[in-house]
Every structure is written in structure tokens, then in C-alpha cells.
Design a protein around this ligand. Structure first.
Ligand SMILES: [Zn+2]
Length: 172
């Protein structure tokens, strides 16, 4: 994707540069999480040009196995929007949402999922992933969510390397 290309987000055409900005925010949050002993995942939800939430995974911090970055981001975004309907929103996720998180995106009516690394990359570093891709879930579940995969993939894969080098890393 070139920097001048546009991606349709809800009803808004957004320049790729803007998508990069939001993905880089998700990456920065994931790094923050890693530094605090959390796992290498971040997510940012944007609607109508506003960041509704930008968080990292807090599974270890909260001892909540459902506190993946995307679920955490959806909870915060819904709370901020005072709505359970995030139609038109885009979620930027450093890694492909797992089936639980993809389902939550569907339930929240998020319009587009943009992710970097994929489920197999997460499985490769030790996470106990259900290896069902978002593309497959969308197809078999007939979800209207649009999916853009492999966005800033190299930068996102680096999060796994950064995390792997730490002594306090823990998988689940
Ligand atoms: Zn998940």
C-alpha cells in the first residue's frame, strides 16, 4: 500500500498515512504493555476521526483471560461512546484478532478490522491460539466486517521479538 492510497473507513476515505498513525499508536501501546510485563498486543479504535480507545492487553494485570487488547479496547470505546454500536469504527490491532475478539468486533458492529501480524505469528511465539483466521470467520459467520491484513506487518512482528527478549515474558 502506497502512502497516497486511500482506504474506505465507514463512509470516510482515509489516507494510508492516517491508518499508519493509528496503527503506530496501537504498536506504542503494545510496547508499553510489554514493558509492564503484559503480552505483545495493542489495539486502537477510531471513529469519525476520533480515537475512542487505545490500549494494550491486560490479561496478566487483571487475571482476566478475556482481557485481550481488542476486547479491552471495545469495552473502553463503548463506554466512551456510551453505546454498544460502533458502526463506522475501525479497529487497528497489532495482531489478527483471535476468534473471541473478532466475534466481539462483530457484536460491536465495528466496520473494519486492520491488523499487522497474524494468528500464526502469535502461535509461533507460544500463544495457545485457535487457528481460525478472521477471513475464515467472516466467511463462515457471514460477518459484514471488512478486513485488511498484514498492515505494517514488519513493525508488528517486531513486537513479538521485543517481547521474546524479555525475561518476564509469559504466554497463555
Ligand atoms: Zn483475542
Amino acid at each position: 500500500m502506497g502512502s497516497n492510497e486511500t482506504i474506505l473507513c465507514g463512509n470516510i476515505l482515509m489516507k494510508t498515512d492516517l491508518h499508519k498513525k493509528y496503527m503506530l499508536m496501537a504498536i506504542a501501546m503494545a510496547k508499553k504493555g510489554i514493558q509492564k510485563g503484559q503480552t505483545p498486543f495493542g489495539a486502537c479504535i477510531v471513529k469519525d476521526g476520533k480515537v475512542l480507545s487505545c490500549v494494550h492487553n491486560v490479561v496478566w494485570k487483571t487475571t482476566d483471560i478475556t482481557a485481550h487488547a481488542e476486547i479491552h479496547a471495545i469495552r473502553k470505546a463503548c463506554s466512551k461512546a456510551k453505546s454498544i454500536d460502533l458502526s463506522g469504527a475501525v479497529i487497528y490491532s497489532t495482531c489478527e484478532p483471535c476468534p473471541m475478539c473478532f466475534s466481539a468486533c462483530h457484536w460491536a458492529r465495528i466496520s473494519k478490522v486492520i491488523y499487522g501480524a497474524n494468528i500464526l505469528d502469535a502461535q509461533r511465539v507460544g500463544f495457545n491460539e485457535l487457528t481460525v483466521s478472521n477471513h475464515k470467520l467472516k466467511k463462515i459467520g457471514q460477518s459484514p466486517i471488512e478486513i485488511i491484513d498484514g498492515f505494517l506487518k514488519e513493525e508488528n512482528i517486531k513486537l513479538f521479538q521485543f517481547w521474546s527478549n524479555r525475561k518476564d515474558k509469559r504466554v497463555y
